[in-house]
Design a protein around this ligand. Structure first.
Ligand code: DGP
Length: 114
């Protein structure tokens, strides 16, 4: 989608540090990491958020979640654990309106999720 930051990253118009890619998914390091490992997993097809997941195929949604697990495995997070977060809308402070899953790990997370 025009004027979408993450669509530009997928297209290579804005540089990113790629961690994983397949037909449906692109994953790259967050520019402002909030944990020792902080990777963003995004569908290549533009949808705004989890609330718009109905616009994605079941296969594409599954590919995103599968990719979160693959990234966590590749980053060595599966032994001690990791967190997957998707902010959706203003109350959740979503700042980029292209569905994305934060994969966070490498340290003990806070017990509070919000
Ligand atoms: P959220 O607040 O949930 O919408 O998360 C958006 C994330 O996107 C935030 O953690 C910072 C990250 N981000 C914003 N701009 C860029 C960028 O140009 N490159 C990369 N790699 N990450 C970005």
């Amino acid at each position: 989608m025009e004027n979408c930051l993450f669509c530009k990253i997928i297209a290579g118009d804005i540089p990113s540090t790629k961690v994983y890619e397949d037909d449906d998914v692109y994953a790259f390091r967050d520019i402002a990491p909030q944990a020792p490992t902080h990777v963003l997993v995004i569908p290549k097809r533009h949808v705004a958020s989890v609330a718009a997941c109905g616009e994605l195929s079941d296969a594409a949604i599954a590919a995103c979640l599968r990719a979160c697990g693959k990234v966590a495995e590749a980053e060595g997070l599966t032994v001690k654990g990791f967190r997957v977060v998707s902010n959706c809308g203003d109350d959740a402070c979503q700042s980029v309106h292209h569905l994305h899953f934060h994969v966070l790990g490498g340290r003990k997370m806070g017990e509070q999720m919000a």
